[in-house]
Ligand binder design. Structure first.
Ligand code: UD1
Length: 417
């Protein structure tokens, strides 16, 4: 198994173009299943989660070709309607195919996603939304068998939690349902807007994304479309935190500054200067960040749970005290024990973590999940000495050429052996 050797404690500087958003590409690839013909999707990063999604599309009878960062998805004649268990385990968010398969094929079978490294990953909201649209869903020995025998019919769906995946699943299914579907209590994440834009480019009639009420007039025939996936706000947050912690300057392009408002506010409070100008975000930092007011993760536009670990890592090597409250997932502090190996002082009690910044030192650490792994890299870049970060398979799920991007900023990072 390979690892990163990172010799930290030196400032970084340079420009980066941010990759396409992982959390947009996955539902957009599922949406490509809705239209007979070939969709052309630009800005699809080379990530293991995207490769898993490509595998699913092929299993369903689609052809998928990659040309650089463009994916050509031909959904002329899908044949399969089952996602095997190993692929569901590889990527639990493949549940996003349920709505698309029901809309296009009238049938779907996949295994129940169960728990994941972040804790339980329920899909009750996905299932009740699809049932409300007329899907029959039976759970048997960990498999979910879903059919839309009489077709799907639009209706009003109320989500008790603004779940990103449930909102996306409902939008996809609603495109294949007769009549209007209204999703009340929808997630407002930018990735929902990106999905709406792609669906509308395919001829769908979706409106309201970005607000708590999304409407879909279903039943219109969809056609393939060419589309460019938005920039990845979480990858951008990771690079901002890395340079914030190590010190230096960073110019990012390819990401919408307004998507990063909550993260940018914390970095500014911690002592960085940030400017958004002409589609670029510029950060300057002297390193050794100060503490900030309580960071409470929340649905968009609140502080993203996916950026909690990387900000914590940046502040752990700083000089102030910060309280984190993780409200979205039960088990999202697994990076804390690994950061402690680097000398971090972080006290966890349930969903609260208190970080007291102090200089970190190099250590051998192991990623426990995608963003937790990125956090270890952020900490290692600021820590004196040469660290070894293992468990790169987690990091590869969400960061395209992480080491190359950081090396371009002057980081001493090498893939070993
Ligand atoms: C998506 C993102 C993930 C991010 C998360 C929250 C993708 C591929 N993943 O995940 O990176 O961390 O949003 O911003 O886009 N819940 C239920 N029942 C359900 C569904 C969700 O109780 O049926 C709960 C979850 O346990 C969690 C909360 O709702 O506490 C939010 O989860 P959700 O927005 O659904 O996250 P995902 O779509 O899985």
């Amino acid at each position: 198994m390979s690892w990163f050797e990172i010799c930290g404690g030196r400032p970084l500087s340079g420009e980066l173009r941010v990759q396409g958003a992982k959390n947009s590409v996955l539902p957009i690839l599922a949406a490509a299943l809705l239209a007979p013909g070939q969709s052309v999707l630009h800005n699809c990063p080379g990530l293991s989660d995207v490769a898993a999604t490509e595998k699913i599309l092929r299993l369903l009878g689609c052809s998928v070709k990659r040309e650089g960062e463009t994916l050509l998805v031909d959904a002329r004649q899908p044949t399969g309607c089952e996602i095997p268990d190993p692929l569901m385990r590889e990527m639990r968010s493949s549940v996003i195919f349920l709505g698309a398969m029901l809309a296009r094929l009238g049938r779907a079978e996949l295994s129940y996603p169960g728990g994941c490294e972040l804790g339980p990953r329920p899909i009750d909201l996905h299932l009740s939304a699809l049932r409300k649209l007329g899907a029959e869903i039976v759970e048997e020995q960990g498999r979910l068998r879903c059919t839309a025998g009489k077709g799907l019919t639009g209706g009003e769906l109320c989500l008790s939690i603004p779940s990103v995946g449930a909102t996306e699943n409902a939008m996809l299914a609603a495109c294949g349902a007769q009549g209007t579907t209204t999703i009340v209590g929808a997630a407002r994440e930018p990735e929902i807007v990106d999905l709406q834009n792609f669906l509308n480019a395919m001829g769908a009639r979706v409106s309201g994304a970005g607000s708590p009420v999304v409407s879909v007039e279903g039943g219109f025939p969809l056609h393939p479309a060419e589309y460019t996936v938005m920039g990845d706000r979480i990858a951008a947050a990771t690079y901002l935190c890395a340079v914030g912690a190590a010190g230096g300057t960073l110019e990012l392009e390819g990401v919408e500054a307004s998507h990063l408002a909550a993260v940018a506010a914390c970095l500014e409070e911690a002592g960085c200067s940030l400017q958004a100008q002409g589609g670029r975000i510029c950060l300057k930092s002297r390193g050794r960040l100060g503490g900030v007011r309580t960071v409470r993760t929340a649905p968009y536009p609140g502080f993203p749970t996916d950026a909690q670990a990387v900000l914590m890592a940046a502040l752990a090597g700083g000089s102030g005290t910060t309280v984190f409250v993780e409200t979205m997932f039960e088990n999202r502090y697994r990076h804390v024990d690994e950061l402690a190996r680097m000398g971090a002082d972080i006290q966890v009690a349930g969903r609260v973590a208190v970080v007291t910044g102090r200089p970190l030192h190099a250590a051998q650490v192991r990623s426990t999940d995608l963003r937790g792994g990125a956090a270890l890299v952020v900490a290692a870049l600021a820590a004196e000495g040469c660290s070894r970060v293992e468990g790169l398979e987690h990091i590869r799920r969400g960061y395209q050429d992480f080491e190359g991007q950081l090396a371009a900023l002057g980081a001493e990072i090498r893939l070993r052996p």
